[in-house]
Design a protein around this ligand. Structure first.
Ligand SMILES: Cc1cc2nc3c(=O)[nH]c(=O)nc-3n(C[C@H](O)[C@H](O)[C@H](O)COP(=O)(O)O)c2cc1C
Length: 339
């Protein structure tokens, strides 16, 4: 996937892996907004796939493709096993988390603290590459704590590209492993997009994607193309995609030059109702799904009522899929989500 993109000089738009957000219901919804965006799972710890309920972690809908599985871990053997399981389930890419700074993650020696162990990350990539045919990629920071980002990011990139890593997605800020919460670590350390462009200059033939603070596909493309050298190969938007999903209605046209029509809001409503009805039949609840749709009409007349219906009505024990229709009906006038 990444090799083809490099030769075609296209750009990938990815929805960032987000714990508690980018579950299969969220990804189903996002796929209705963009046919082409690359969708990431939440991080799944390798042990959870080796010893846990694989179906609960990995089941997804066919329409989610292209969909990438993000793994957490630092034991090459376990990561290889988990990657193999993920590839068998049909994931299009296996990604290793080298960016998450939470205490839970640090105590398991994975996530952002692996920025300090580039050779180990290289070994993890190597072990996964040996057992799967799909791309193996890494998502990282520009450094942690007192590391010099130039040295740290370059060392990590050398270590993983040497082992055949297919792409690196860089969250363009440091993580501070002591003293900042995971949430603060997504805002407080300053963004340094220039560092990611410098990495691309060092590895012009490799896929380098950028993440962190990007608000729209248009802005993200601008950032990807603003360096003096080669363009960055991908843009990854987490909070903006999730909290303001209507920006994704622009992705196919703006990022992929795909002018085929996006789904109408009526069609999105109908598809989400049918999907929700299916989920209810398996014992699920409406708000497992509707919680991901709350940001859709941000800024439009009726959005407050829409949100209220999706959060309050959808949480009632007897709620069913019709609550989605009711929420969409609150939007007046029925204009497209993106003007
Ligand atoms: C609620 C939430 C959960 C996250 N969980 C993960 C995760 O599981 N794996 C990961 O690599 N990054 C995770 N992140 C970080 C995002 O992938 C992304 O790197 C970060 O939010 C910066 O991008 P943004 O400014 O576009 O949101 C999470 C972010 C948020 C907001």
């Amino acid at each position: 996937m990444y090799d083809q993109l490099l030769t075609k000089n296209k750009t990938i738009y990815a929805v960032a892996p987000c714990m508690d957000w980018t579950d299969r219901h969220c990804r189903y919804f996002h796929r209705l907004l963009s046919k082409n965006a690359l969708l990431y799972t939440e991080m799944v710890v390798a042990d959870a796939l080796i010893f846990g309920d694989v179906e609960r972690h990995l089941a997804f809908s066919d329409c989610e493709h292209p969909v990438a599985l993000q793994l957490g871990g630092s034991n090459p053997e376990k990561l290889a096993k988990a990657a193999n399981i993920g590839a068998d389930w049909g994931y299009d890419e296996i990604n290793l988390n080298v960016g998450c700074p939470s205490d839970r993650v640090q105590s398991g020696t994975f996530g952002a603290c692996l920025m300090e162990q580039p050779q180990l990350v290289g070994d993890c990539v190597d072990a996964m590459k040996q057992v799967v045919d799909v791309p193996v990629t890494v998502k990282c920071r520009i450094g942690v704590d007192e590391q010099d980002p130039q040295v740290a990011l370059s060392a990590l990139a050398h270590a993983v590209f040497d082992k055949g890593c297919d792409a690196i997605w860089v969250h363009a800020r440091k993580a501070w492993l002591q003293g900042l919460s995971p949430k603060q670590n997504r805002d407080v350390p300053p963004l340094d997009y220039g560092r990611v462009h410098a990495l691309k200059a060092e590895f012009p033939d490799k896929f380098i994607g950028i993440n962190g603070g990007l608000q729209s596909p248009q802005e993200a493309l601008g950032v990807a193309h603003e360096g003096a050298g080669e363009n960055l190969n991908g843009v990854m938007l987490g909070r903006a995609s999730y909290q303001n999903p209507s920006i994704m209605l622009d992705v196919d046209r703006v990022v992929y030059n795909d002018d085929s029509p996006t789904l109408s809001l009526e069609a999105i409503c109908e598809k989400m109702m049918a999907y929700t009805a299916g989920h209810l039949k398996t014992g699920g609840r409406v708000n497992h799904i509707t919680r991901h749709m709350i940001g859709l009409f941000q800024g439009q007349v009726g959005a407050r009522r829409y949100r209220q219906i999706l959060s309050v009505e959808a949480s009632k024990p007897d709620a069913d899929e019709r609550v989605i229709e009711q929420a969409f009906a609150a939007i007046h006038p029925k204009t497209p989500a993106v003007a």
